[in-house]
Design a protein around this ligand. Structure first.
Ligand SMILES: NC(=O)c1ccc[n+]([C@@H]2O[C@H](COP(=O)([O-])OP(=O)(O)OC[C@H]3O[C@@H](n4cnc5c(N)ncnc54)[C@H](O)[C@@H]3O)[C@@H](O)[C@H]2O)c1
Length: 315
């Protein structure tokens, strides 16, 4: 199968690309490397360094003739969306429309869209299923939700089919471990460097942590199933931040304790997503336990970090 992955140089996108290449797909990647990295890109793909808002995207699609697109390219930082809502909307909404136009124009059969649990906002019941009201609490949540509507509209008025996947908290190697990154990447990087991570609040807040390889498998499954559907991609279970810290402490062999700071305003206390619908419709289920996913993540991160540190990381 010929697949174009937008955002294929990013954290999740690069894992999807690796899985597709491994399973014999002909893959191309469109990414402007704004947050993604060239070294994440599988060497067996055709890479287009382009912005998804540009005409160059249609040209890449015309050339590659993908049967399907997995669309991950996005401004994916909640804080940045609060600081600059127009930039967020431009990439996440106008970029998606530009992609859908090109897909409709060049006969792409399907778009699998990487959406987010952020579209739900503060949960009013748990686990959050796909019927939960959508009330996003950030410009990022609004732009991702708006793009979902454009997929539906193009699905109705063109031959482009779609599946929307709403990811829970994805973790794995290649995730940004700076302050704006994912909690697993931040904790693991700190522990590996011998620094104490900070926990906001009492650490008993829960999240649904899903391993990136399980997310990649769900995206692959959605290439052939789940047409016109919207599905949570999650483990279905909430784990506390304290629990996560203890697991990472065990795996890294650290004896450090976290530093507890006051809760951040607006932080959600509990959140986890039902995944029965994805399991039934996509023929998919998460296969990695938290311990397995964290072990793989730490193993890969410690390899990368030791390279960085021996390469003379600055003071
Ligand atoms: N990481 C998570 O936990 C999570 C959770 C829910 C949903 N998502 C969604 O998954 C997708 C991937 O997220 P990620 O965590 O891998 O983030 P990421 O920042 O690592 O990946 C995004 C990729 O898109 C590229 N990109 C950004 N703007 C672009 C543009 N205008 N044109 C072309 N390329 C552009 C970046 O260079 C990067 O490679 C996003 O759509 C995000 O909304 C992520």
């Amino acid at each position: 199968m010929r697949i174009l992955v937008t955002g294929g140089a990013g954290f999740i996108g690069s894992h999807i690309v690796d899985l597709l290449v491994e399973t014999g797909c002909r893959v191309s990647v469109a990414d402007n490397l704004s947050s993604g990295l060239f070294e994440n890109i599988n060497p067996r793909v055709n890479f287009y360094k382009i912005d998804i808002r540009d005409q160059a995207l249609a040209e890449a699609i015309a050339r590659e003739k993908p049967e399907a697109v997995i669309h991950l390219a996005a401004q994916a930082d909640v804080q940045r969306s609060l600081n600059d809502p127009p930039a967020d909307a431009s990439i996440n909404i106008l970029g998606t429309i530009n992609l859908l136009n090109a897909c409709a124009g060049y006969g792409v059969g399907k778009v699998v869209y990487a959406s987010t649990a952020a579209v739900y906002g503060n949960p009013t019941y748990l686990p959050v299923d796909e019927d939960h009201p959508a009330k996003p609490q950030s410009p990022y949540g609004v732009s991702k939700y708006t793009a979902e509507h454009y997929l539906r509209i193009y699905g109705e008025f063109s031959a482009v089919n779609y599946t929307v996947l709403r990811f829970a908290n994805v973790y794995g190697d290649r995730q940004d471990s700076s302050a704006e990154g994912g909690v697993v990447a931040i904790f693991a990087a700190k522990l590996l460097r011998g620094e104490s991570p900070c926990i906001f609040g009492d650490g008993e807040q829960t999240r649904d942590f899903i391993y990136v390889k399980d997310v990649a498998a769900a995206c692959r499954a959605a290439l052939r199933r789940g047409d016109s559907g919207t599905f949570n991609v999650s483990t279905g279970a909430g784990l506390s931040v304290n629990h996560l810290f203890r697991e990472l402490k065990k795996i890294t062999g650290s004896n450090l304790e976290p530093v507890y700071l006051p809760p951040r305003p607006g932080d959600i206390t509990h959140s986890f997503l039902a995944n029965e619908s994805a399991c039934a419709s996509l023929g998919w289920r998460p296969r990695y336990s938290l311990a397995e996913g964290l072990r793989e993540t730490v193993a890969r991160m410690s390899g990368v970090l030791s390279g960085v540190l021996s390469g003379g990381r600055g003071c």
